[in-house]
Design a protein around this ligand. Structure first.
Ligand code: FAD
Length: 442
């Protein structure tokens, strides 16, 4: 191989992980090329609605202050839905600025402007077709027009990473490890959003609602689905979406668009979106295989980051922070390899060690069984208990002239009547094991 390099590092994919990796390398004075298939940054990307300030500050440092957010997300609600209403837990903390609502095309555009100022050579509108490799070593990329060469290529091409698959770092995803999500952007007057959600008009307050439970809806099969609905407030839009396990969708022959339509009719949600105009509709995959499905992260001349490596904590809707920090750590590892002039798998494996020391592999490890355990008990956890929690609070809040102790006893007996003792034991042991895993962590 004639190694006439165009750059020290090539990064494929200008999402948060690729941009962060490119910025880290550029800051060290090395030459970095960032290639993105979309014409406009962020136009191919999708998420629920919040990016996290700690990771952004760590990556963008002083540039962070100019980030173009629409609202601070500091009111979080977990709502358990039933046919006729919901039981809600809300945490409002108006002093925090941990999460920001930013539209993806604004986020990526801003990030690209920053990295270009730091010397990254950005090539948009260019699809990377293949990696250039010889004798198991990656030397660069093939695009539709040109080939680019570098001793290190960072793969940041997202959830369906074809490039990581191409070089055998990753297997094909199992449909049970993938969430398909569809989302609508619903336009409403700014003032209407502020009135409906009790928000101030200066962007310092914003809402995220996560809805659990599927005991509603007229579509056959929807009542037994392990799914999640999310809603975020932006300045003059709402983001409303549902996420469903791909294997569940296929097995139940369900159409996810119809599920979203059904969700929109729920009495908790329909008043919030009333008179809104749908201005955007998108769908995207979320890798949820977690720790057990992490691919091989490095090979000779190559590193995998972000969603391409499956770095998402689906339980907490965290992905952009994993992407930003894994990109940064990959950038540091690339700089280290360039300084040592050693691009071998062994040299680049320092990346995995850095990930292990960070929250990324610690969190993925402690959550390694959580989704699987909850999923295996999904009929009770997603359907039955949300209903019972709601019933319990109906007893607490109703003044129906029936003794509370009679009602509570009846309620407790109903659980033992509904469910076999062995099922109750399995449910609670699953939840207990999840809590213990997270508590003891790594
Ligand atoms: C519905 C949904 C809701 C979510 N909600 C949240 C949330 O609220 N908060 C949060 O933190 N995370 C959330 N996430 C997760 C988060 O969006 C991702 O974890 C994050 O975007 C991953 O960043 P990335 O850079 O690794 O990949 P991506 O953002 O997917 O970027 C990959 C980039 O690579 C480009 N690309 C792909 N193939 C090629 C190629 N061959 N050549 C050139 N370019 C290529 C793509 O166009 C894209 O720009 C959500 C995800 C989804 C789908």
């Amino acid at each position: 191989m004639d190694k006439k390099y165009n750059a020290d590092v090539i990064v494929v994919g200008a999402g948060p992980s690729g941009i962060s990796a490119a910025l880290e390398v550029a800051r060290s004075g090395k030459k970095v090329v960032l290639v993105e298939r979309a014409q406009y940054p962020g136009s191919k990307n999708m998420y629920g609605g919040a990016v996290y300030t700690t990771a952004l500050k760590e990556v963008f440092r002083e540039d962070f202050d100019a980030i173009p957010y629409e609202r601070v997300i500091n009111s979080h609600t977990w709502a358990f839905l039933s046919d006729n209403g919901s039981f809600n837990i809300t945490n409002n903390d108006y002093n925090t600025k941990d999460a920001l609502a930013i539209k993806r095309f604004n986020l990526e555009k801003w990030m690209i402007d920053v990295v270009k100022r730091h010397g990254v050579y950005y090539i948009p509108n260019t699809l990377v077709k293949n990696l250039i490799q010889e004798n198991g070593i990656v030397y660069g990329i093939k695009t539709e027009l040109e080939d680019y060469y570098a001793p290190i290529t960072i793969i940041a091409d997202g959830a369906n990473s074809l490039l990581a698959k191409e070089i055998g770092l990753r297997n094909k995803f199992d449909s049970k490890d993938i969430i398909l999500s569809v989302k609508e952007v619903i336009k409403l007057d700014k003032k209407t959003i502020e009135e409906r959600f009790h928000l101030s008009d200066d962007g310092s307050m914003g809402v995220n609602k996560q809805y659990f439970g599927t005991d509603f809806g007229s579509i056959k099969g929807i009542r037994n689905l392990f799914m999640m609905t999310y809603l975020y407030t932006f300045k003059d839009t709402l983001m409303l979406g549902v996420g469903v396990n791909l294997a569940d969708l296929t097995r139940n022959k369900l159409n996810i668009n119809q599920i979203l339509d059904e969700v929109k009719k729920h009495p908790d949600i329909s008043p919030l979106i009333k008179d809104g105009e749908i201005i955007e509709y998108s769908a995207h995959l979320i890798p949820e295989g977690g720790y057990k499905k992490i691919p091989k992260l490095t090979s000779n001349g190559v590193i995998v980051v972000g969603d391409a490596a499956g770095f998402v904590n689906g339980v907490h809707f965290e992905g952009t922070n994993f992407a930003l920090i894994s990109g940064k750590l990959a950038g540091e590892s690339a700089i280290n390899a360039l300084n040592n002039n050693d691009f071998s798998e062994r040299s680049l494996s320092v990346y995995r060690k850095k990930l292990e020391k960070s929250f990324i592999l610690k969190d993925l490890y402690s959550y390694r069984n959580v989704i699987e355990r909850l999923y295996s008990r999904s009929d009770s956890i997603a359907i039955y208990y949300p209903k019972k929690i709601k019933q319990f609070f109906e007893i607490i809040t109703s003044a129906n002239c029936v003794s509370k102790s009679v009602q509570i006893r009846k309620f407790v007996f109903s659980i033992f009547k509904d469910r076999k003792f062995s099922d109750l034991f399995k449910d609670f042991s699953s939840i207990f094991k999840c809590v213990m895993d997270v508590f003891f962590g790594k």
